[in-house]
Design a protein around this ligand. Structure first.
Ligand code: ZN
Ligand code: ZN
Length: 301
C-alpha cells in the first residue's frame, strides 16, 4: 500500500474547517509526515492514525502554516511514552526553534529526535524498499519539495513455477533481480520461466509552496502522483507571482511538463469558501486532477 492522506489542505490560516498543511504518506508499514501545520496532532487523532508509527517528519519550510503544529506533536509523543527515535528533516534553523521550545519548558524527550538539516538537493533517505529525495522550490523563503519513491524489484516470482522447477526459497531474492537459477547438478532454470516483469517503481512528488517554475518539473519527472499547490484561481495569477505561489492553470501546466500520471491540488487560500472552481479550472488543462480533501487518502500507483 502506497498512498497519501490529507490532514490539512489550507494555506496561511485555518478557515471553513480546513487546516494548515499536513500530509501523511503511507508506504507499507511506514508513515511519513510531510509538513505539520497547526492542529496536525488533532487531525491525526480525528482520523485515527497511530502517530507512534510515524518514523520520519519532513518540513518543507518555516512559514508557520507548515510547522506550527510540530512542537505540539513532538511533545505529545513524549508524554505518551514514545521511546523509538524520530527523524526530522527541515531547514537548518528548525532545530534551534524546537530546542528553544523544549528548553524553556524544561522538557526532556524520552526518545531521540534525530535532526537532518536540508542543505542540498538529492537523496536524504535510502532504504531497500524506498527512497526520499529533496529539491528546492521557488518561494519567498528557502523551501524544499520532496520526492518519495517506492522501490520495486524488476521481476515478480510466479509461485507455482518456482515450486515446479524446484528453486529454493533462498534464491528468490536473486530471481527478483533477474538472475537465472543453476541447480547443484548444473541444470539452468531461466529467469523468464519462473518470473514475470514487475510493475515499475512508483513515486509521490510534493511541490509546496512554490511559484510556477518549469525547471522543477525535471526533478519530479513521471511521478505517479504529483501534489502541486494551487493557492489561487487563475484570475489571481499576478498575486500568485508576487507572493511566490501558484494558480490552478499553472499547477496543471506543471503537471504536463512533469509528465505526471495524476495531479493532486491543495494549499487553498482562505479567501475561497468553495473549492469546486479549483477543480474545474485545473481540469481544463490537466484532466486527471483531484482536490486534496482532508481525511481522504489517495493511492499512489
Ligand atoms: Zn504555505
Ligand atoms: Zn510558504
Amino acid at each position: 500500500m502506497f498512498g497519501v492522506t490529507i490532514l490539512g489542505n489550507n494555506s496561511a490560516l485555518p478557515a471553513y474547517d480546513r487546516h494548515p498543511t499536513a500530509q501523511l504518506v503511507t508506504l507499507n508499514e511506514q508513515l511519513f509526515l510531510i509538513d505539520c501545520g497547526e492542529g496536525t496532532q488533532m487531525q491525526i487523532s480525528r482520523y485515527r492514525i497511530r502517530h507512534s508509527k510515524i518514523g520520519h517528519i519532513f518540513i518543507s519550510h518555516l512559514h508557520g502554516d507548515h510547522y506550527f503544529g510540530l512542537i505540539g506533536l513532538i511533545t505529545s509523543m513524549g508524554l505518551l511514552g514514545r521511546e523509538h527515535p524520530l527523524n526530522l528533516y527541515g531547514p537548518a534553523s528548525l532545530i534551534d526553534i524546537i530546542t528553544l521550545q523544549l528548553k524553556v519548558a524544561d522538557t526532556t524527550l524520552p526518545f531521540s529526535l534525530i535532526f537532518h538539516p536540508l542543505e542540498k538537493e538529492g537523496l536524504i533517505l535510502d532504504h531497500p524498499k524506498y527512497s526520499v529525495s529533496c529539491f528546492e522550490t521557488r518561494h519567498r523563503i528557502p523551501c524544499w519539495g520532496f520526492l518519495i519513491s517506492e522501490k520495486r524489484n524488476p521481476r515478480k516470482i510466479i509461485r507455482e513455477k518456482v515450486i515446479e522447477y524446484e528453486v529454493p526459497a533462498a534464491f528468490y531474492d536473486q530471481l527478483k533481480i533477474g538472475l537465472d537459477y543453476v541447480s547443484k547438478t548444473g541444470v539452468v532454470v531461466s529467469n523468464e520461466l519462473v518470473t514475470t516483469p514487475n510493475i515499475p517503481d512508483s513515486s509521490y512528488a510534493y511541490c509546496a509552496d512554490t511559484k510556477y517554475t518549469e525547471s522543477i518539473a525535471e526533478k519530479v519527472k513521471d511521478a505517479n502522483l504529483l501534489y502541486h499547490e494551487t493557492t489561487y484561481l487563475k484570475e489571481l495569477e499576478e498575486r500568485a507571482i508576487a507572493r511566490f505561489h501558484s494558480t490552478t492553470i499553472q499547477a496543471a501546466n506543471f503537471a504536463i511538463k512533469a509528465n505526471a500520471k495524476k495531479l493532486l491540488i491543495g494549499h487553498f487560500s482562505s479567501k475561497y469558501e468553495k473549492l469546486d472552481e479549483f477543480l474545474l479550472e485545473t481540469k481544463t488543462v490537466f484532466h486527471n486532477t483531484e482536490l486534496a480533501i482532508e481525511g481522504v487518502s489517495y493511492r499512489i500507483d
